[in-house]
Design a protein around this ligand. Structure first.
Ligand code: COA
Length: 367
């Protein structure tokens, strides 16, 4: 049975920064309150030209470059997102097109902020089953488009961005060791985007009532989060036959510094074991874990052979954890020139559209 190794990583965040002081000009809040209650100092906000697919594609290209893989080597693209570009087509398919990943199956995974862990687990299972060799898992969000900028309970928390991992099959032991996934739909009402789906399709009334914005019961979500972060970490370690002492670093979902603090206390681990960057990006939902991972790797906090735990929670309710032995790029005789593929995806997409246009004319004439 092959092992599923994490061999590439990349992130992409929009340039515009929104600080707490900027927010204080929009809603009744202040920098001190936000920092003390959440640990957040600033977040990134998508420009009009940034979308989950463009941010996700940029992150995926960087991850492929690290893994030294061509887009055409990819068998599967899983895009975890809480803010898809459309109900359908899947954002994963838009990314597949922009990458020019012509061999890949692609689908979106909706498990809110736990989505990246769910996606890693699904990709690892597909690799270990022998069905596929190379997968990309992406977490990508433009939450700023679903935030009520008049609601100080939520607008202070969220930010935009994307992160991606490449997973590859190898006979060498290591990679994803174990994962746990949980859900409790009885808490679905605690964190929700009420309208715009088939239960409450968009109407003038739903828009007037602001039902297309994120609704959150902050206190209940906080209580839930502090319970499950420590318990799912312990559960996944047990499943992998590891102890807390074996773990070099924990990369948690970046929702609130106090939630990460509570997890550290629950696990009786020093906070230094956790990679934290919620201060600079806020809560980027599915993107928060890969963005924190990429920054941790770049700062030398995650090294080959390290045992790393990823743990998160989110709307659904969902929660989960995954433990992996860190690998890095697999040895390869060739060097992929990714610059070429940045353009190739767009050219290939245009050619395909043109081909479909010509076929339309031909078949249209025959009909
Ligand atoms: C949202 C959250 C930061 C609020 O923190 P809290 O300590 O629970 O704060 P409360 O809601 O009890 O509010 C305390 C006071 O601050 C006020 N307040 C709320 N938001 C404020 C803001 N942005 N600025 C200033 N004051 C604010 C409240 O009105 C309240 O005032 P009161 O005591 O006069 O009534 C916290 O509950 C949280 O992080 N929850 C989890 C959210 C989360 O992680 N969501 C994503 C899941 S993936």
């Amino acid at each position: 049975m092959p092992y599923a190794h994490i061999t590439g990583w990349g992130m992409s965040v929009p340039e515009p920064v929104l600080t707490n002081d900027d927010l204080a000009k929009i809603v009744d809040t202040n920098d001190q309150w936000i920092r003390e209650r959440t640990g957040i100092r600033e977040r990134r906000i998508a420009r009009d030209t940034d979308f989950p697919s463009t941010l996700g594609t940029a992150a995926a290209l960087k991850a492929l470059e690290v893994a030294n893989l061509k887009p055409t080597d990819v068998d599967l693209i899983i895009c975890a997102t809480s803010t898809p570009e459309h109900i359908f087509p899947a954002t994963a398919c838009l990314i597949q097109d922009q990458l020019g990943a012509t061999k890949a199956g692609a689908f979106d995974l909706l498990a809110a902020c736990s989505g990246f862990i769910y996606g890693l687990n699904m990709a690892a299972q597909s690799i270990r089953s022998g069905a596929i060799k190379n997968a990309i898992v992406i977490g990508t969000e433009t939450l700023s488009r679903f935030v009520d900028w008049e609601d100080r309970n939520t607008c202070i928390l969220f930010g935009d961005g994307a992160g991606a991992f490449v997973l590859q099959a190898s006979d060498q032991p290591g990679g994803v060791l174990a994962a746990v996934m949980h859900s409790d739909g009885s808490g679905g009402n605690l964190l929700t985007l009420p309208a715009g789906g088939s239960r409450h399709p968009a109407t003038e009334a739903t828009i007037r009532e602001g039902q297309h914005y994120i609704y959150m019961d902050g206190k209940e979500v906080f209580r839930f989060a502090t319970k499950v972060m420590a318990s799912s970490t312990e559960e996944v370690l047990k499943l992998a036959g590891l102890t807390k002492e074996d773990i070099s670093v924990i990369i948690p979902h970046q929702a609130n510094l106090r939630i990460i603090d509570a997890a550290a206390r629950g696990l009786k681990l020093p906070i230094e074991k956790f990679i934290i960057n919620v201060d600079r990006y806020g809560n980027t939902s599915t993107a928060s874990i890969p963005i924190a991972a990429v920054e941790g790797i770049e700062k030398g906090r995650v090294k080959k052979g390290d045992k790393v735990v990823f743990v998160g929670f989110g709307a659904g309710l969902t929660w989960g954890a995954l433990v992996a032995e860190w690998t890095g790029p697999l040895p390869s005789p060739r060097k992929v020139n990714m610059g070429r593929y940045r353009l190739w995806g767009r050219v290939r997409s245009l050619l395909h559209r043109f081909e479909r246009f010509l076929e339309g004319i031909i078949w249209g004439r025959k009909a």
